[in-house]
Structures are given as structure tokens and as C-alpha cells.
Design a binder for this molecule. Sequence first.
Ligand code: ADP
Ligand code: MG
Length: 389
Amino acid sequence: MTSGPAETETAFAELYGRAPEGVWAAPGRVNLIGEYTDFNDGFVMPLALPHTALAAVARRTDGRLRLHSTDVPGGVVQLRVDELTPHRGHGWAAYPAGVVWALREAGHPVTGADIQITSTVPTGAGLSSSAALEVVTALALNDLFELGLSPAGLAVVGQRAENAFVGVPCGVMDQMASACCTDGHALYLDTRDLTQRQVPFDLASHGLHLLVVDTRVKHELGDGAYAERRAGCEEGARLLGIPTLRELPYEGLGTALATLAEAGADESVIRCVRHVVGDNHRVEQVIALLDAGRVRAAGPVLNEGHVSLRDDLRVSCPELDLVVATANAAGALGARMTGGGFGGSAIVLVEEADAEAIAQAVREAFASAGHAAPGIFPAVPSAGARRLS
Ligand code: ADP
Ligand code: MG
């Protein structure tokens, strides 16, 4: 597997018989707090990982699009930019092809490209390898074809590719994180209008680590359940007569839940509303704590977020719950699942001095339960998408 920009350039040259015009990088992410809020116009707070998707790219003018990834078996996928059609399969190549399609749909003159991808973002682990792939493609084409899109504009193109071309109904958080995060910061994002603030999140200076625990499981339930929770949120907003759950302030939650119960709302709808309004509030709590330099105090808020995802939204799973329970029992400051759930990854806030012991406790609990060994690494808040060469 290739890793750095030089190897990616070499792989491109061997594949396409010429040098690329550049190499670009876009990271995966974890979300600190604010889950299932981004499709409700709500708040999220992701940070970029050091793990990135790299793309070596050169323009073409003949309408051909050639795509290759060193991370998946199979050769070069060959397409024509004027024949790209949503929902036609294409496997992994649908993600970068979808970006080309979305750019052209928006009127941008992308006349073809040769693209070589390699990535260190674990796939299907809830760390947004798909968004990294979309954003790195969008950024490379933006630079080469001089499209003039902002980082947020690139994120929106990536989301459109995933929603309308690949067919995954995700919100905009993952792409925004990959496009807009900066080193040493978490990104406070208002998904209603994409206003954002970089919040200093220098864990090292506080003597803290944020561990990512990749459970290495992905339960089948996930896709249907995501759509179902989305529908539950929309139904809650409809019954409350508001455009999205974002409009419901935390202070009004009690009254709103009573209104929903009176209106005969399904229990699952009530739970969706309670989770989304609660998690929007938790984002604001965490922001206030980070701004005050009280990073450790964010731990209990992460725990509350997990309980809400587990018991109200019901998108956790035994492996994620085991990470959170074990880490907390071993002395973590707080922990929660991150991303869509039903497997994927959890984050654990720990004292630096306790990190290894807590990681070991989680490994042992997984072994005792008969689960495959989890992947554990620290989430160092890293840079968003950028050109490398
Ligand atoms: P996540 O974004 O959480 O990693 P997704 O299911 O949304 O999980 O996206 C994973 C998919 O993205 C993979 O199945 C593959 O199609 C595509 N993908 C991600 N990284 C790569 C890569 N390096 N090469 C090829 N395809 C990739
Ligand atoms: Mg994804």
C-alpha cells in the first residue's frame, strides 16, 4: 500500500504513464459531540484526524475520467464525464465520480481527469473515509480547473455526490469536517447556514488524550435505521409545526414533549426529538467548557451524549456500549460512540497518563467478550483538506 505523496505520484505515473499535476490530501474525522443533529439543521463539533485520503490528479480534456485506488482490488475504472448518471453502481468509484458529476451539474467545466487514490482513513469505521475521498477529489479538481469554490463549497459538492449520486442520505458534517478543520482545533459548525468557528482543542497542553476505539464491527441494521431516525426527526418537527428540530430551544423541550404526547406521537418520534434537542444543547455545553479551558469537564457531557444515543435514539450496539462502560470503569473522563453507530468507532477522553491502561482494559474486555481486537489510536486534532505538491 502506498502512503506518502511521493509514493502516490509514483503510483500515478506507473498507472497513467505521465506525471500528475499535483497531490492533495483530505482527512477523516471524529465528532466530539452533536450526533444525528446535522440533518436537523443543528450543531456539530468534529475534528480532523491525521489519517488522510491522498489523490494524485491530472486534468484531461477528452471527457474521459479514469479512477484508481490502491486500497481496493480491481483495476482502473474508466468512465466518461458526460455519461455520469446517479445510482448506477460503480462501487467505490461512485464517490469520486459523483464529485465530478456534482461539479458538472453545478455548471463547472470539468472536462476529465486521471485520478489515483490512496488513503489511511479506515473504511466503514465511522471515521468518514467516504467524505475524505469526496473532499480530496473536489479540492483537486477545484484547484486544477480553477473553479474558485470555498472549503464549504467543496463540502457541499461532496455531500451532493454522496446523497444524489452514490445514494447515501448523509448530512453535511463529515464533508465540512474534512474540508474545513484546522490543526489543534475542533470545528463548531452550525449546519443550518454552515457558519463555523475554530475552537482551540489542544489536548496535549492539557495533558489529555482523546482515544479513538474502532470496534471493527458494522451491523447490517445501520442503513435502514439511519433513514428511520431521520424520518422520526422530520415527523417530530412536523407535529410541532417547526421547519426542523433546530428551531426548538432546549428550554422548550419539556413542553414540546408534552405536546407531542398529547398529539399521540409515536414513542420513537418523542425519543428522536429528545435526543436531537439534547445533543444540540450538549454541543453548546462543550463549547462553553472548551472556551473556559475546562476540557476535563466535557467528559460527563460525552457520557450523557452516549446514553442519549443508546437509550433514546437506539443507534448504539453492544460493542460500542462495552467500550464506553469499560473505559469509564477504568478511569476515563468520559466516552461516547461517534458517527452513525451500529458499530464503527467510539471516542474516549482520558488523562494522558491513563491512556495506555484504559486502552488495555478495552482490549481485554473485547477479548473476554469474544470480539475481534479493536483498533485504538489517539485523535490528534489535525488539518483539513490541502494541497501537498
Ligand atoms: P465511512 O465513511 O464511515 O468510512 P462509508 O460506508 O460511508 O464509511 O464509506 C466507505 C466507502 O468509501 C468504501 O466502501 C469505499 O467504497 C469508499 N472508500 C473509502 N476509502 C476508499 C479508498 N481509499 N479507496 C477506495 N474507496 C474508498
Ligand atoms: Mg461515510
